[in-house]
Ligand binder design. Sequence first.
Ligand SMILES: [Zn+2]
Length: 299
Amino acid sequence: MVSGGKKKVEFQGQRSKRCEVCDRTLVVQRLARGCLVHRCPLCGHVVRDVRLCPAGARDQVYGGSEKFDRFRLFFTRRKLLQLLPQLAKPESLHVLEVGFGDGQLLRSFQRRNHQVYGVEVSQPQGLQVDQLRYLGAHLYYEGLERADLPKERLDLIYMIHVVEHLEDPLRCFRKLFAAARKGALIYLVTPNGRSAGLRIFGESWWHLEDPTHLRFFTPQSICTCLQKAGFSPMRVSAPLLDSITLEVNSLVRLFHRRGAVMDHVLVRTLDLLLVPTALLSRLLWRDIRPSMEILARRE
Ligand SMILES: [Zn+2]
């Protein structure tokens, strides 16, 4: 359990850290012995430095399961397609995915005859990426911070579990705002720093297993950040099914906290067995849901 104790940041020789969203001085929150994060007293934004909060993080960035990822892909695609009628010309769109991975989701827009754009931090391989490129997708491989995006052209931008990894999210949102045309939508999914799961599981919360998770936005901090970039937030909600094995993985991490827990076949079996119970807890107690989805518009 998390102690919940907070105190002003006073590390020896270290200047006070300020909130990257609202510029308040951050306070330290102790998740466990030897595991500290910084939290903004105003917007609740959580900043994670892996040196202060190692939390048994795995070495590699990816620690999920491709089977469970297919599940996420199905629901994400459905949600995105449901957004299209809100756009001016839903039959012919310019669509950007930041963090397009193996390209499956972006390909599904390309198959529907939309012009697609993708940003990644390195050049991914695979059939879908080859098809994307061959069929005229605009792909950028040097990360969002350095991508030379077109101006005022995009109708739909989406980032699924990306903003928690960015070097400078506000700068990135400003760049996306400049690339969006009037009326464009931006849809994000990211861990929720206000989730009761972080309080309950502390350093065992599965989102801390990824060493490149640099921050956890809260509903307030993500809306402030988007507004500062120019976007108008429309809706923040807590999806029921995102990161569906998170509670079970976090439980396992309470007892075994080194590296990637989903690498173990036993854990994956446990996930399948206990996911219904975890889902029931999310239905009965919304605050424990680990992620949030955000929809905003360029007015
Ligand atoms: Zn703040």
